[in-house]
Ligand binder design. Structure first.
Ligand SMILES: Cc1cc2nc3c(=O)[nH]c(=O)nc-3n(C[C@H](O)[C@H](O)[C@H](O)COP(=O)(O)OP(=O)(O)OC[C@H]3O[C@@H](n4cnc5c(N)ncnc54)[C@H](O)[C@@H]3O)c2cc1C
Ligand SMILES: NC(=O)C1=CN([C@@H]2O[C@H](COP(=O)(O)OP(=O)(O)OC[C@H]3O[C@@H](n4cnc5c(N)ncnc54)[C@H](OP(=O)(O)O)[C@@H]3O)[C@@H](O)[C@H]2O)CC=C1
Length: 328
């Protein structure tokens, strides 16, 4: 098999960034994702009160090339700048904490970005890849139903590290590096209130206790929610200790912490939803950029190769595509 045909496992920011770069270079790609849609931790969840961002809420950009990509997304109408009234909370004390950082959000929801990046690229959803085999000349994938996919000349694995390490079994050195990148879980809760809460807070960095970040949907560009919707993210410490708590109990506990912290009267929410991210964030940053074996034509990328942020995933996916292209 001489032609170049690249399998990409994962349609989060890293996989889609790699896919777009390869497609732009005229390389044929085929994407796979275990979920029903694209986005990974940037996916938005449909609910009875509208679409909710239970994963990424906003992102920042420090890298020059990533900033350029954001300008293009802005021109496409996928993102807009978000300038929240920022606060911080320490030992129960809430204080205004404005800064000059540029922050971006997807419009009307986070998922607009990855949906835009996916465009009409070929993708197979609801397809969990369980094994990645290297034959004498090509790669073959097998999914959870036992079906084979391929042949492919190259494979890019763009999943969280624990899932990547299992799929890298054919390349033990890369698998063991991926295994060393542990990932922390995160409980995320959305609360919807019938009447807007009487507070100026739109985002709050919480320095201690069960919560880590609180944000208000209202005030973000492009949102049109009937309810006053808030997103709460628990710290990884608290999440780890409460990993198997039923969703109702997670909502009750985090609602209680939120109500104490936010500094105004908080009625019972009209709507609540909890989502547990088992692989929410890398436990520590790395400087790998991408893991790869150019001779075999296999690469692994994702936020865990750099910083556990959207920017890290974008940079890692870009680097995977660049490394593959220079090797052709
Ligand atoms: C609650 C939460 C809040 C966050 N907030 C922010 C924030 O405010 N700012 C910020 O910059 N970042 C934030 N992040 C981090 C950000 O979401 C991630 O860094 C980024 O989205 C990671 O992208 P990725 O492509 O590396 O991985 P993912 O988005 O995890 O994509 C991996 C994809 O692989 C698929 N997959 C996995 N295994 C398989 C398999 N075996 N077969 C097929 N498909 C598979 C998954 O379904 C998924 O779609 C947050 C994350 C969470 C969880
Ligand atoms: N929950 C997850 O799985 C998860 C959450 N992540 C959160 O995403 C944001 C993004 O981080 P980034 O570095 O891109 O953004 P910021 O520059 O806005 O925030 C970085 C940290 O810096 C502190 N900070 C920033 N601005 C302020 C401010 N105005 N007042 C007080 N503190 C500020 C804050 O850290 P500490 O709470 O002080 O430790 C920010 O967290 C970020 O919120 C992540 O927690 C990323 C990945 C996964």
């Amino acid at each position: 098999m001489n032609s170049v045909f690249v399998a990409i496992i994962g349609t989060g920011m890293a996989g889609l960034t790699a896919a777009r770069a390869l497609d732009k270079a005229g390389i044929a790609v085929q994407l796979f994702d275990k979920s029903r849609g694209s986005g990974g931790r940037m996916a938005s969840k449909r609910s009875e009160i509208g679409t909710l961002d239970m994963g990424t809420q906003y992102f920042t950009a420090r890298d020059r090339n990533f900033r350029t990509a954001i300008r293009e997304w802005q021109e496409q109408g996928w993102v807009a700048e978000w300038k929240p009234n920022l606060y911080q909370a320490r030992e129960g004390v809430l204080s205004a904490s404005p800064d000059e950082q540029e922050r971006w959000v997807g419009i009307p929801h986070t998922s607009a970005i990855t949906r835009g990046l996916l465009g009409d690229l070929p993708v197979t959803f609801s397809c969990r890849i369980t094994e990645v085999f290297h034959g004498p000349t090509h790669w073959t994938l097998q999914d959870a139903s036992g079906q084979g996919h391929g042949p492919f000349s190259h494979v890019i694995i763009a999943t969280p590290a624990p899932q990547a390490s299992a799929l890298l079994a054919a390349v033990p050195v890369l698998a063991s590096t991926a295994t060393s990148a542990t990932m922390d879980p995160v409980w995320s809760v959305a609360l919807g209130f019938e009447k807007p809460l009487p507070t100026e807070v739109q985002g709050c960095f919480v320095q201690d206790g069960p919560l880590e970040w609180i944000e208000r949907d209202r005030g973000k560009p492009g949102r049109d929610n009937r309810l006053d919707t808030w997103g709460l993210q628990a710290s990884s410490n608290w999440t780890r200790k409460n990993l198997d708590l039923p969703k109702e109990a997670v909502i009750e506990q985090l609602y209680g912490v939120f109500a104490e912290l936010i500094g105004c009267t908080v009625p019972a929410p009209a709507f609540a939803l909890a989502h547990r991210w088992l692989y929410g964030r890398p436990a520590q940053p790395h400087e790998w950029g991408v893991l790869g074996n150019a001779g075999l034509g296999v690469y692994a990328c994702g936020d865990w190769c750099l910083s556990g942020r959207v920017e890290g995933a974008w940079l890692s996916g870009s680097e995977a595509a660049r490394r593959l292209l220079v090797q052709l």
